[in-house]
Design a protein around this ligand. Sequence first.
Ligand SMILES: *Cc1c(COP(=O)(O)O)cnc(C)c1O
Length: 376
Amino acid sequence: MKQIPPVDLTRQYQLIKEEADSAVLEILNSGRYIGGEAISSFEREFSNYIGVQECVSCNSGTDALFLALLALNIGSGDEVITTPFSFFATAEVITRVGAKPVFVDIDPATFNLDLAQIEQAITAQTKAIIPVHLFGQPMDMTGLMALAKTNQLLVIEDCAQATGAAWGEEKIGSMGDVGCFSFFPTKNLGACGDGGAITTNNLAIAQQMRILKEHGSPERYRHDFVGINSRIDAVQAVILSVKLPYLDHWNQQRHQAAQYYQELLQHVNSLKLPQALPGGISVWNQYTVCVLSSPQNNKRELLQQKLKEKGIIAMIYYPIPLHLQPVYQDLGYHKGQLPAVEQAALEVLSLPMFPGITPAEQEQVAYALKDCLLEI
Ligand SMILES: *Cc1c(COP(=O)(O)O)cnc(C)c1O
């Protein structure tokens, strides 16, 4: 039986192999491996694509978030509201700058922050909100930006899983004060290594981020701040430049695959399928179903195991909500406090999803899922 992996990056590479190979060879032959035209070109192309004035490239999505917080002067004594249902980096950077993460429960229909509950979490110390467009599904940015404006809060969008997603007519990463992107290989626009970018229409913030990512140095060997070293290398930049024109097509393929899963699985009672919110365009970084379970009867783990025996690798993003992570014990959250995210953490299962997954493969996933569900 053929194995179906959660992602297969080799198919994408085969499509762009000639272009990518020659772009990389050109860099290797040039001797210019850090900085230079490859970087500035990609920054220009990416800011055009997102529809913002400025793009600052950096080493990773994590650094993008970290640099954004530093540039916005968020630190000790400040609170930042975010979601407990994300990759750890989203909260880690808040702690890293000395501020306090404040976790607000999610809307189980979208897995994104619940707007109504954000409002209740705002205090005099709240400086910013970090929404995450999880699994490629955009957050309701109309509601969020209105709330931020009323309460004079900054918005830092974590767009790591949603490059190309839109809310209304606008791309995510163009509506908040800054947008933070990751080019980790499995993201919608992935490099062949690490990479990240920050998008903004605020020239002063962009300038500050450029200084901070180069050791706080506005000119060579003069240091005005303590910054970090965070850059994308030229090889990654040219690969991203080759891939960017294909991104919408690949996102469209993900969308078609999501629709086909929907068709194949809609009548399976014990599964809750993901829904796209009206008003937004999801880019389906993950296709994540809920396997209806209870803490006493966790069918999800069993299902994941049985699928694996049939060659299908399904993933759990994320098994432990951030407010219950060991490292955050001293923030004082307890089990049961954020019930929607805790239930999601118990039930989510991400099915194989990548541009180029074939209908036959999706059928194999769906049949296996149905079979396994009968067995458990
Ligand atoms: C991947 C990811 C990050 C971190 O990006 P890296 O490039 O791996 O540092 C941050 N937030 C979310 C939601 C992510 O999925």
